[in-house]
Design a protein around this ligand. Sequence first.
Ligand code: ADP
Ligand code: GLC
Length: 479
Amino acid sequence: MNIVQVSAELAPWSKTGGLGDVCGALPQALAQRGHRVLAIAPRYKDYANAWDTGVRARIHLFGHTHEVGYFHLEQGGVHHLFVDHPSFRRPGIYGDDRGVYGDNLFRFALLTRAALEAPLRVPLNGELLGEDVVFHANDWHTGLLPLFLEAVYRSAGRYTRTPAVLAIHNAGHHGTFDAHEFAGLDVSTRWWPAADMAGRLSCLKAGLVLASKLVTVSPTYARQLCQDQAFGLEGLFAHRARDLWGILNGIGEEWNPATDKHLEHPFSADDLGGKALQKAALQRELGLPVRPEVPLFGVVARLDHQKGIDLLMGAAPWLLHQDVQLVVLGSGGAAYEDFVRRLAREAPHRARGIVGFSEPLAHRIEAGADLFLMPSRFEPCGLNQLYSMRYGTVPIVHATGGLADTVPTWDPSSGEGTGWAFREFTAEAFVQAIGWALHTWWNHRDAWAKLQQNGMRRDSGWSRAAELYERLYIASYGG
Ligand code: ADP
Ligand code: GLC
């Protein structure tokens, strides 16, 4: 198949969270299965080795004609196209210090339209993909793709048999805008009802209504979207439940403790010696006492309401009275950032907080910590708990979405389980789960070693997911 994936983020070139990781990795796994895959994202910067194809498209949006270019880079068996336009070349992906960019509807509508033009205009190895493609859009940023497909192309006799799949990585963001902005999309008003959410323009809703198939990133989140976790779109998800698939994300090879370029002391399930050295190195780097026996907790997260940082704030006074260490890396909401900045002052021998975004430090925390905390309020899939398990770092998670699907609670009688998943979303339940973990750490070292092994030996590669996406694309031709 010819698969055209379109997204706002594409790691390693652009990323604010898991969306970037997944959109960077899934195309490679699909290419390994023999498909021709084109991954399209904005050209936010000048990317090394991406060359200007010279192809230009002129796209009419918001009352003007805009010219976009396409930069090409082939890597990992995947064609990458970066859409070039001045509105993409800014410090942030979605916004900067002053807030979210005011023209994001325009920017992402432009990306989406440029992506729809690509198979018709940009030759790959001398050949156009043409209309025989499956489009795979991701989140609200490209939620308008199925709408443009219908309104601009199918109504003009193009792409008449081309399916569009929409992947939902996070239904917490609908991409809603003032209704009057719809006129800027330059499509007939007869398409307005698809995008109309209580009188506002919703990019996600348009995609949910018009995509051939829908997919989200875990089976439990797929169910939750139809129940109570879609922020007002539950009815629509339930209506389309037959077309909604739940496929768990995998993780890429850059998250392999044996080959991780950010680690000084690589390790594997067969030899955890390097992990102890990484822990000591992390303690030194953070200026914490170098104590192998003390359990070191890690957190790496966008500091967002979604991530349950309020639960962490609720549990912290208790946690920091125990003989433990804690390191938190993240950026986001101001109140959460204050909490992170205060940690070292309030518990100088036990805690460190780093406000910012650092890929290398994220790897060193995953490797050096003993436990990882992820009390997310909701979590479509979650990647950090998967990284943790691969690094022998035992996760404590709220049992929701993909966390519920990937972290079975430790059962001492059967020796099964990879961490602790607490059910009630309360600080008390969170503290209780941490309590079980500490009890196991201090009193049952054999059990701890088994927990680590269970996590490290779990299959979290991309090949299973790629096979399921392939089936989804095939099904999308019928839908
Ligand atoms: P989400 O996509 O909701 O943020 P995921 O767990 O799926 O959650 O993915 C988060 C990704 O972003 C992981 O790769 C994680 O390491 C990374 N990440 C989040 N915050 C930071 C940060 N402050 N520094 C470095 N990496 C971060
Ligand atoms: C989103 C979700 C996260 C998921 C990621 C990749 O940002 O919040 O749970 O892992 O997308 O699918």
